[in-house]
Design a protein around this ligand. Structure first.
Ligand code: DHB
Length: 307
């Protein structure tokens, strides 16, 4: 009998704790030949803005040791086209559907949240307040009062769960986490990508046209674990851990530091069917450890004794 993988995430009840991270799953269509969205606890679409965005010039992705840098520039078809051309199909996916939104102003977030509130099948929204690749993309995620105010305004328009996706590019993430909670977020997801750079010194070139990009992949896992652990100490909100997760052990590491779910991203570019292996791996690990519920693991770490 397979182990039970359900773990409540605030008001959400995913069948397993694996979500696909925004920007790594499109709006599902490109992934359908490889994997059924229903194999995930939930799927999260690429950020939608009120107006369509063409995104940044290419190249947009550079591989780095144990990771990658990207600078997509929030390319997306815009809110109207998302609702008419993509959302109907996503509603059929049979798993939790999260719509990630990004705005230039608070009013833009609020407008999209208001309209999504009346759309069936949207189980939650995730607020991208942490895009490193467009001018002003991080403005709502690096200053606590801006974070609180944005979420407070969105809260007034959207009755289902709000997930605030936090940036690691701050001095103290716990201050932003507290502000998100005060604003009325239901769930925190962390972390978004780290601003990084790749250069070719012989050509005297930065390898991305806008110099910097967002670093993701296994290279960031220890950094992300630390940030999730820190936030779990100060916030009572459920946390979705994100950062370099590739296999079941990575998922369980994030649960041990306090996450109740995870998002997988970069690994899907290498192995688009990875969710199946992770689910099987979680069931195997739980059976081996005699765990009846993942709840037993959440936030249980202590430090090894000093020698
Ligand atoms: C982009 C947005 C993000 O939030 C991120 O972490 C990385 C890239 C983008 O669209 O460029």
């Amino acid at each position: 009998m397979p182990a039970k993988l359900e773990l409540a995430l605030g008001p959400l009840r995913p069948r397993n704790p694996i979500f696909s991270a925004s920007g790594t799953f499109g709006y599902g269509q490109e992934m359908e030949p490889f994997v059924s969205p229903a194999e995930y606890g939930g799927v999260i679409g690429k950020s939608i803005s009120l107006e369509p965005r063409a995104g940044n010039p290419v190249p947009r992705v550079i591989e780095t040791p144990s990771g990658m840098l990207n600078s997509i520039g929030l390319q997306n078809p815009g809110f109207e086209a998302f609702i008419s051309d993509y959302l109907p199909r996503m509603r059929q996916y049979g798993t939790i559907l999260v719509v990630n939104i990004v705005g230039n102003t608070i009013d833009e977030y609020v407008e999209m949240a208001r309209r999504l509130d009346s759309e069936d099948g949207v189980d939650a929204i995730e607020l991208n307040v942490s895009c490193p690749n467009v001018k002003g993309g991080m403005q709502f995620g690096i200053e606590p009062e801006a974070t609180r105010l944005l979420i407070d305004r969105v809260r007034q328009e959207f009755r289902r769960p709000i997930i605030a996706k936090l940036s690691p590019n701050v001095t103290d993430i716990t201050v932003i986490a507290r502000a998100a909670q005060e604003g009325g977020a239901d769930v925190l997801s962390l972390v978004n990508t780290f601003v990084g750079m790749a250069v070719d010194w012989r050509r005297r070139k930065a390898l991305l046209p806008r110099f910097t990009g967002g670093l993701s992949g296994p290279a960031i896992k220890p950094l992300a674990l630390r940030l999730v652990w820190q936030v779990a100490q100060v916030s009572s909100l459920p946390i979705i851990g994100i950062g370099g997760i590739c296999n079941a052990d990575d998922v369980l590491d994030f649960l041990a530091v306090g996450a109740r779910a995870v998002q997988i991203g970069t690994v899907q570019f290498v192995h688009p069917r990875v969710v199946r292996d992770i689910v099987t791996g979680l069931e195997k690990a739980m059976n081996e450890e005699g765990m009846e519920s993942l709840e037993e693991l959440v936030g249980t770490i202590s430090a090894v004794p000093a020698q």
